[in-house]
Design a protein around this ligand. Structure first.
Ligand code: PEP
Ligand code: CO
Length: 438
């Protein structure tokens, strides 16, 4: 690797790094090249406006949260949101979880100081641990192996749930609607959701009665995994060629993305992501110039292939209305094939008076609306959304129908990193979005 890699970890024990990388390289892959190629086709179809992209999950997964309930709940909220979106937008939804490997975090400061003590910042469970002790904060190469193993366990459970009919659209009654009852949802929303689930079930039954062969396919739910491709040691270890296919695949995930802090044009993350067959995402912040955006697209996808590139704008509610139109125009003028998605979370983080990181439902929605408007005016389309969310009843973001305010955030704040929409807020967001885009 000759390019400069931003945000890379400084391990002190070289031989431990080599042992960890060898172990990773020798493991079987988490995903297959066939699945990656399938996702490429899905991305291409979303680029043509035939599908909508829904990506979501924790800011940072933690090894301790590799337990059945949080995983099932995350799957459930994404599935329920997708059901709402399918119903409202009348098109299939591509479901992409920020999970099974979302363990590495970029940080704005490499060191953290508390009471005069300075230690490395927490870079996610793939790198070091959260407790503020010298042992925990020391980057540990073996955590890459543990992260991979936990990603495998997570993905195994997700695949089993799906194979076992957890997400079979033919049987929405099995979606455990009781879950809706204790989640602080408004009654109208609960009713709207129930009606929608019944309508979808009836539509499937009707089509089956007509003998439509494609129904089976429609009823089956696909799920893809994604994570930020931050730690290039980890990403490269499972990057390989596959018999009877051309090119290289990152087989730790279907969809790696490049973060806002690591997308330097001459940097290693761009160089890595352009070289793999996986579709890739790139975060685009409010200061990105139109020229820089087009150059980034050219670097990642020089032959302008369909299905390769997903742009994830994260502009902030106050900048979206001015930034989005010029970015859209530049890409349109340059004739680039991309999927436009919006991450309305990362430009809208603020601290409360007592220093708690939060985001408001209203700011998140404001950014989404500004981006949707910009696309409508340009004659393009917003092809997807990217949320930090959880299926749990946490109190990390304010607003929405739950009316959570700053002073209520302490009740059940769990995220080690960025604040996530909770179950009710996420589902409400899907309803608002479906109504706005339907
Ligand atoms: C993230 O997605 O958690 C993240 C760090 O985002 P960004 O790179 O857009 O800041
Ligand atoms: Co985040």
């Amino acid at each position: 690797m000759t390019k400069l890699a931003a945000q890379q970890v400084r391990y002190t024990d070289r031989s431990a790094v080599e042992r960890a990388v060898k172990k990773l390289r020798d493991f079987p892959p988490l995903v297959t090249s066939g699945e990656v190629e399938h996702l490429r086709e899905m991305v291409a179809s979303a680029q043509r406006g035939e599908r909508f992209w829904l990506q979501g999950g924790d800011c940072a997964e933690s090894l301790d949260d590799c337990r059945p309930e949080p995983i099932a709940n995350k799957l459930k909220i994404l599935l329920q949101m997708s059901l709402v979106l399918v119903h409202g937008m009348k098109k299939p939804v591509i479901r992409v979880g920020r999970f099974a490997g979302q363990y590495a975090k970029p940080r704005s400061k490499p060191m953290e100081t508390r009471d005069g003590v300075e230690l490395p910042s927490y870079f996610g469970d793939l790198v070091n641990r959260m407790p503020f002790t010298p042992e925990d904060r020391e980057p540990n190469p073996h955590l890459m192996v543990r992260g991979y193993q936990h990603a495998a366990v997570t993905l195994n459970f997700i695949r089993s749930l799906i194979d076992g009919g957890f997400a079979d659209l033919h049987h929405p009654v099995q979606w455990d609607l009781g879950f809706l009852d204790h989640a602080g949802l408004r009654p109208e929303m609960r009713q709207q959701y129930r009606t929608m689930a019944t309508e979808l079930a009836n539509a499937l039954t009707f089509m089956e009665a007509l003998g439509d062969k494609s129904v089976d396919e429609m009823g089956r739910v696909d799920f893809f995994t994604s994570h930020e491709a931050l730690n290039l040691l980890y990403e490269s270890a499972q990057t390989r060629s596959v018999p009877r296919r051309e090119g290289y695949y990152n087989l730790t995930t279907h969809f790696p993305w490049i973060g806002e802090r690591t997308r330097a044009l001459d940097g290693a993350h761009i160089e890595y992501c352009r070289g793999i067959r996986n579709p890739v995402g790139v975060k685009i912040g409010p200061k990105t110039t139109p020229e820089e955006l087009v150059a980034t697209i050219d670097a990642l996808n020089p032959s302008n292939e369909a299905g390769k590139l997903v742009l994830i704008t994260r502009l902030g509610a106050d900048h979206a209305a001015s930034a989005a139109p010029r970015l859209i125009e530049a890409v349109q003028k340059a004739g680039k094939t991309v999927l436009w998605t919006s991450d309305p979370m990362h430009g809208n983080t603020r601290s409360t008076r007592d220093g708690t990181k939060t985001r408001s439902f209203e700011h998140i929605l404001k950014e989404l609306e500004a981006v949707i408007d910009a696309h409508e005016r340009a004659g393009t389309h917003l092809g997807g959304v990217h949320f930090e969310l959880t299926g749990e009843d946490v109190t990390e973001c304010t607003g929405g129908a739950t009316g959570l305010a700053d002073d209520g955030l302490g009740e059940n704040y769990q995220s080690p990193c960025d604040p996530r929409l909770n179950y009710a807020q996420a589902l409400e967001m899907a309803f608002v979005l479906a109504n706005r885009m339907g």
